[in-house]
Design a protein around this ligand. Structure first.
Ligand code: ATP
Length: 457
């Protein structure tokens, strides 16, 4: 009944996403029993499956589908000179402002201008401190002595692990420019403000691909990678009207960048960065040449041994931020009348089947009369090909709802007829339609449904 709906009904809000994520075991607060650790989150049984699948889809897209891109998994701990060369020791800072009264801490660029001018805390009206630079890298020590000689950083981006290995990879894999190196891994930033659930955290994961090109061809490759990254989200079934480009203005451009565009997503709290596509020029390899003393030039053997430092086009996406995006994008509340009650609602996560933590759930209509055993047997058979779940607890309608809320695209129901004629019911999450099919056709049918999947809402 429309007039009874409050303004949040039917919509994704951060509260709803956070609470669903906890309730269904996608994401938990880190160290919750001790009151929680801000800036860090734990991925539960459904969350790790979703995160792994997003990573797999990205990895396939960026490596398997490209002859000229190879993978890497570099260490989180790197020689500290890396971060001097990259400019992070000097430049990777946020402008920090504190309130003297309520001790709240802000990034200067997130305080309304009038408050900043009047040095007035936007939360309590107290006096603000002067702005000071705060380096976002986590520092620790390697070995037993806590002195500066043993200082080491937790990497704030995965990119540098790729740059320092670029020559190794050319030599070991005989790569020729243009080529790319892809990596997925953890990164750490001592963020001043971590809010909006897993959007901005101190520990997170990135999916980065660095593409090495000949100077002069960089603008062309930059545009090409923008196109490819945009198409990737379309392929994942993301709502394309929730994505847009944002070009960095001169005051936003990082110290190394010639041009940079972010792909922004319309999260419940507004448009925010999801991924960056950057033209990093020859800055990084040039700096590593300078700081390591090693020659980082590429020698083009097909072109009279021409030498140059390649330009780098980077595509840098947050994996954990993609998890949040996919949760928000998939979230739907729908008024349904399938239980004879017009005002019934269901929450459904409309994940693309390639991303869904569980692909198919097998549900016996009853536990008794051999239906449970038959359903288990069917699940056993499907396990080899799909991520499966089994649920025999409660009314069948409730069980469908539970699977809808976990984003399971297909349910198979085993009933008395299944015993007689070896057919089962296949139910589709999005349309709630059901079809009866022979058990023997299940695997092929599911494969086909996944292949041709199109989101209907
Ligand atoms: P911001 O301006 O939001 O701090 P950034 O421009 O510094 O981010 P990049 O250095 O370009 O971010 O990092 C690439 C990607 O890594 C981002 O698009 C985002 O998806 C992810 N990312 C960066 N910082 C965080 C964080 N603190 N928590 C989660 N994901 C992050």
């Amino acid at each position: 009944m429309a007039e009874q709906l409050n303004e949040y009904q039917g919509k994704a809000t951060m509260e709803k996403i956070t609470s669903l994520a906890k309730r269904r075991g996608f994401v938990f607060q880190s160290s919750e029993i001790y009151g929680g650790q801000s800036g860090a989150w734990d991925y539960g049984p459904l969350g790790i499956e979703l995160k792994n699948r997003i990573a797999q889809v990205w990895w396939k897209e960026m490596t398997q589908l490209h002859d000229d891109i190879v993978g890497l998994d570099a260490a989180i701990l790197m020689h500290p000179r890396t971060w001097e060369a990259s400019g992070h020791v000097e430049n990777f800072t946020d402008p920090l402002v504190d309130c003297k009264k309520c001790k709240a801490r802000f990034r200067e660029d997130q305080i309304p201008e009038e408050n900043l001018a009047a040095k007035k805390c936007p939360e309590c009206g107290g006096e603000l401190t002067d702005t000071r630079k705060f380096n976002l890298m986590f520092k620790t020590h390697i070995g037993p002595a806590e002195d500066s000689a043993n200082l080491i950083y937790l990497r704030p981006e995965t990119a540098q692990g790729i740059y320092v290995n670029y020559k190794n990879i050319i030599q070991s894999n005989r790569m020729k420019i243009p080529f790319g190196i892809a990596q997925i891994g953890k990164a750490f930033r001592n963020e001043i403000v971590t809010k909006n659930f897993i959007f901005r955290t101190c520990e997170f994961e990135q999916m980065e691909m660095q593409y090495f090109v000949k100077p002069g061809t960089d603008d062309e490759w930059f545009n090409e990678w923008r196109k490819r990254r945009w198409n990737y989200y379309e392929k994942m079934g993301v709502k394309m009207d929730h994505l847009r480009w944002h070009q960095h203005g001169p005051d936003e451009l990082a110290h190394y960048a010639k041009d940079a565009y972010d792909i922004q997503y319309l999260f419940p709290m507004g448009w925010r960065e999801l991924e960056g596509v950057h033209n990093r020029t020859d800055y990084d390899l040039g700096r590593h040449t300078q700081y390591s003393g090693k020659d980082m030039q590429y020698i083009d053997q097909d072109n009279s041994n021409e030498r140059y430092i390649p330009y780098i086009i980077e595509t840098s996406a947050g994996l954990t931020r993609n998890v949040l995006m996919i949760l928000c994008d998939a979230y739907d509340e729908e008024q349904v009348a399938d239980k004879g009650n017009d005002d019934d609602w269901r929450t459904v996560l409309r994940f693309h089947p390639n991303l869904a933590p569980v692909t198919v759930a097998v549900l016996p209509l009853m536990k008794k009369d051999g239906l449970a055993e038959l359903a288990q047997d069917i699940r056993q058979e499907l396990k080899e090909d799909f991520a499966t779940d089994y649920d025999q607890a409660g009314a069948i309608g409730r069980r469908y709802r539970r699977q809808d809320e976990a984003g399971t695209p297909f349910c198979i129901t085993v009933d008395y007829q299944s015993k007689d004629d070896t057919t089962v019911t296949l139910r589709f999450r999005d349309s709630m339609e059901q079809v009866r099919i022979p058990r023997a056709e299940l695997t092929a049918r599911l494969r086909q449904e996944i292949k041709v999947y199109k989101r209907i809402k």
